[in-house]
Write a protein that binds this ligand. Structure first.
Ligand SMILES: Cc1cc2nc3c(=O)[nH]c(=O)nc-3n(C[C@H](O)[C@H](O)[C@H](O)COP(=O)(O)OP(=O)(O)OC[C@H]3O[C@@H](n4cnc5c(N)ncnc54)[C@H](O)[C@@H]3O)c2cc1C
Length: 500
């Protein structure tokens, strides 16, 4: 692979844009396809629901070399993130084919053919189609009867206008970030707003105890070290060994604060387990106004229940819960998660991607071991998505140049399988088919940079144990690696041409 070769990129969300920017700077001709009419993926206007804001504070959700505007709030809205990504794409002149769905992508002639309304050839393919892109809406029995009575069932990302809920009975299914975000604006206009939560999960207050930004506690290296890692080192060993009790008190103490802060006891909404189980959920930050709405009676949570069927009772669209309760439901919004899949890849390729349980097997969350010319980005959903995707893009650039010294395929496969087993164990299987690596967000960054033999200064990393990790600290990584690649392997310390 040489500079000037063509790389096809599927998806114009954060991962696709970061990949296109880095590979473009490395000299490749990139083309980014997205089926949506605008860029941003999760943040596209076609996917934004009312009330959508980031979980990450502004600085932690920016790319290393492109800060968010200073006048953005600490937690930008979906619209602001989309505007930021649009500015990023413009600043780096990213070639986009919007409104263009990739219907198939398959190996051909030593490269890849990408089919949209026509086939197009690329030397390499990077899949950035988003692990939280395809909503998973349950196939409830009774849907036809429910809809015939005037009910509407939709996924969270398909609910765009709060006015649709005005004066209506609304059921939100789910208890993750999207569910709680959507519920608040709905509850301000609906006749009734019920939330059906199969399992309550822990939610981190934005301001812990009303005072401390959660980023000071969780978005630091110390915050990550509070969770188990497969190969603990240094302070991690200490925290999970002699200081285990202190560690548990630190993380679960935040849970105690959140119980008090939100009055969860009184509301009957204390989740099972402890705050450290947050790794099982979707890294949920509590939505402003959600618990307040429950306290005020405008939001009713049906905990430990599921929707078992939709129906029309006395011609009124309704939903039956697992405890037999039947609720009127003109509108049912499902914030029930996403499916992770790559339907456009052929069976032969897919067979190489998954384990027998359907988990993605990607080395460093980037590269299938045995499919030449295929990469993934955005498959390390974490507390630091922008940083993980940006560093993954640099790793891809180095691998395309043949400059990474990677282990033998069997060792890579073993490393991936070990990581999936670790995630099984720590998250109770809640790792979105191997793509959600929250307890290992910074571990992944470190590993990727370790492969590149490059890093930020040790003193900055040390500071990140106590202050939130700021992607800006990593802004020299891309230019440094690209300079080394341009100079050739011999002059690139740490970057060694792969022998195979
Ligand atoms: C509601 C919500 C809020 C979130 N908030 C945060 C947050 O605050 N902080 C954080 O770190 N993470 C957050 N995340 C996680 C989020 O997924 C990542 O931060 C990031 O935006 C993902 O970017 P991506 O590019 O990997 O995927 P996406 O943003 O999903 O982009 C994938 C793109 O691929 C396109 N695509 C898919 N298939 C095809 C095809 N066949 N042909 C053409 N195009 C295709 C899609 O249209 C989409 O535009 C949030 C996720 C959700 C769902």
């Amino acid at each position: 692979m040489t500079a000037g070769d063509r790389v096809g990129i599927i998806g114009a969300g954060i991962a696709g844009l970061a990949t296109a920017k880095v590979l473009g700077q490395a000299g490749y001709e990139v083309v980014v396809f997205d089926k949506a009419p605008d860029i941003g993926g999760v943040w596209s206007r076609t996917r934004r629901y009312p009330g959508l804001v980031t979980q990450n504070p502004r600085d932690q959700y920016a790319f290393s070399d492109f800060p968010m505007p200073k006048d953005f709030p600490e937690w930008p809205s979906g619209e602001q993130v989309q505007a930021y990504l649009t500015a990023y794409a413009q600043a780096f002149r990213i070639p986009l084919r919007l409104g263009t769905e990739v219907t198939a992508a398959y190996p051909s002639g030593g490269g890849w053919t990408v089919e949209t309304d026509r086939p197009e050839s690329f030397d390499q393919l990077v899949v950035c189609n988003g692990v939280f892109s395809q909503p998973d809406v349950p196939a409830y029995p009774g849907r036809a009867e429910f809809e015939a009575a005037g009910g509407r069932l939709c996924a969270g990302p398909d609910f765009h206008d709060t006015e649709e809920a005005r004066g209506r009975h609304v059921l939100v299914v789910g208890y993750g970030k999207s569910a709680c975000d959507i519920t608040v604006p709905i509850s301000e206009v609906a006749a009734s707003t019920s939330v059906v939560a199969r399992t309550l999960v822990w939610k981190m207050p934005r301001w812990v105890g009303g005072l401390v930004n959660y980023k000071m506690l969780l978005l630091t290296r110390l915050g990550e070290a509070l969770f188990r890692s497969p190969h603990p080192r240094g302070l991690e060993k200490f925290l999970h060994g002699p200081a285990n009790r202190l560690r548990r008190r630190m993380i679960n103490g935040i849970g105690d604060v959140s119980v008090r802060q939100f009055g969860l006891d009184t509301l009957g909404l204390v989740p099972p387990g402890q705050m450290e189980d947050i790794v099982r959920g979707a890294s949920g930050l509590a939505t402003e106004g959600f618990f307040e709405g429950v306290a005020a009676g405008t939001i009713r949570v049906h905990r430990d229940r599921t929707v078992v069927r939709l129906l029309a009772r006395d011609s009124v669209p309704s939903a039956e819960l697992s405890d037999g309760t039947v609720l009127p439901a003109d509108l049912v919004v499902c914030a029930t998660g996403y499916t992770q899949d790559v339907p456009f890849l052929p069976e032969k390729v897919r067979a190489e991607l998954f384990d027998e349980r359907g988990n993605f097997l990607l080395y460093r969350q980037i590269r299938p071991v045995d499919v030449p010319g295929l990469y993934f980005n955005g498959y390390a959903s974490s507390f630091f998505c922008t940083l993980n995707t940006e560093m993954a893009a640099v790793w891809i650039a180095a691998d395309l140049a043949g400059a990474l010294r990677l282990p033998e395929p069997a060792a890579m496969r073993r490393a991936v399988i070990d990581q999936v087993s670790f995630l099984d164990h720590t998250t109770g299987d809640a790792h979105c088919r191997g793509t959600k690596i929250i307890p290992l967000s910074l571990h992944n960054v470190d590993q990727v940079l370790g492969d590149l033999n490059v890093n930020i200064p040790a003193r900055t990393r040390a500071a990140h144990w106590l202050i939130p990790v700021d992607p800006r600290a990593y802004r020299e990584i891309t230019p440094t690696v690209l300079r080394r690649l341009a100079r050739g392997y011999g002059a690139a310390p740490g970057l060694t041409r792969r022998s195979s």
